[in-house]
Design a binder for this molecule. Structure first.
Ligand code: PLP
Length: 365
């Protein structure tokens, strides 16, 4: 990483690969001889069509997305999908099941209450969202229209390592993958719908990706605004209205980069290595640092940790910032620290953080 960049441990918007930023910079003013910036292009012109089509086909290659799934590039963030999903897949009185393993799953559940009859079949709240339930113990409603999970809880650092089998009439599992999208291979065919805001692993904020089984499209409730109706977006190849063109272009550059790295299996190996050295440093600190999350479900992407001497937190952040490691403060609802180590965080960034943590401990233990 270049000297003039910081190691940005933010949870999102988050660090992007330096080579991707440089490529975008080189094309910013005149995209590939078109005489225009991507920001100035008509979304219906041949240049932008080639950009969005390539982004989609690269994402399909990365995640091995089966042809019976549509890929949509939308706006409104993952938060908009909390409403769009029940609006598209349920009638107002339909039951749906939610497993709530953190704040984001809880938000998705609360929004779904406006458009369906969701039920929380498991919540980790009483244990401060540090666990994933044993799937056998879950009592699913056989009449539920889908089972919803948040695959990686960004704030609490809890990640599903395997997925529950939906035991409902439709057999549909739906996952918010905002904070671990494209961080590892996923068997898309296990899901009815996967959604993710781009701004953690795959691009800037403003783009939301939805991967949906095509036969689920076309049953939206009548009150559904056009912008939330998957049918409208699928029929128009995500070009019903003006899409977030520049953001989609950036996502496309990230997808190309991930393919060039060897695909998601390679990416996962790197992510595992980074997470391992950070969790090891926490576990080997003799309690100076602590991870609250149950070991088997610790996130590879978001690593919350506390300092035994919480009065040292401000000093920790100040010293880390001096060494160009920023955005390490934990979410206000959890406190402590959080290091988000998405795909684009280089191994050297995590190594530097770990060396700093050890040195800080030696000076303050
Ligand atoms: N879901 C998860 C897991 C998130 O981490 C976030 C944002 O941080 C959201 C949903 C909300 O996403 P957005 O801000 O794109 O609406």
């Amino acid at each position: 990483q270049s000297q003039d960049r910081v190691f940005n441990f933010a949870a999102g918007p988050a660090i992007l690969p330096e080579n991707v930023l440089r490529k975008a910079q080189s094309e910013l003013y005149n995209w590939r001889g078109s005489g225009m910036s991507v920001m100035e292009m008509s979304h219906r012109g041949k240049e932008f069509l080639s950009i969005i089509q390539k982004a989609e086909s690269d994402l399909r290659a990365l995640l091995d997305i089966p042809p019976e799934y549509a890929v949509l590039f939308l706006q409104g963030g993952a938060t908009t999908q909390f409403a769009a999903i029940p609006l598209n897949l349920c009638k107002p009185d339909d039951p749906v099941d939610y497993i709530v393993t953190g704040s984001w799953g809880d938000k998705a559940f609360k929004e779904a209450q406006k458009f369906s009859k969701p039920n929380v079949i498991w919540s980790g709240k009483s244990e401060k969202y540090t666990k994933i339930p044993a799937f056998e113990s879950l009592e699913q409603n056989p009449d539920a229209k889908y089972l919803h999970i948040c695959a990686n809880e960004t704030i609490h650092g809890v990640e599903f390592k395997t997925y529950p089998t939906p035991k409902n009439q439709t057999g549909l599992l739906i996952a918010d993958m905002s904070s671990n999208f494209c961080s590892k291979p996923v068997d898309v065919s296990k899901f009815g719908l996967i959604y993710a805001g781009a701004q953690k692993n795959v691009g800037p904020s403003g783009v939301t990706i939805v991967i949906i089984k095509k036969d689920l499209i076309g049953n939206a409730q009548e009150i559904t605004p056009v912008m939330l109706d998957y049918k409208i977006h699928a029929e128009n190849n995500s070009l019903y209205n003006t899409p977030p063109c520049f953001g989609i272009y950036m996502c496309g550059l990230v997808f190309e980069d991930l393919l060039e790295q060897g695909g998601l299996e390679e990416v996962e190996k790197k992510n595992k290595k980074k997470a391992e050295i950070l969790y090891n440093a926490i576990d080997e600190s003799k309690g100076f640092y602590k991870s609250p999350v149950e070991k088997s479900v610790r996130s590879l992407m978001n690593v919350p940790f506390t300092l035994e001497k919480s009065e040292l937190e401000a000093e920790f952040l100040k010293e880390a910032a001096k060494e160009k490691m920023v955005q390490l403060k934990g979410h206000r609802s959890v406190g402590g620290m959080r290091a988000s180590i998405y795909n684009a965080m280089p191994l050297t960034g995590v190594e530097k953080l770990v060396a700093f943590m050890k040195d800080f401990q030696a000076r303050h233990a």
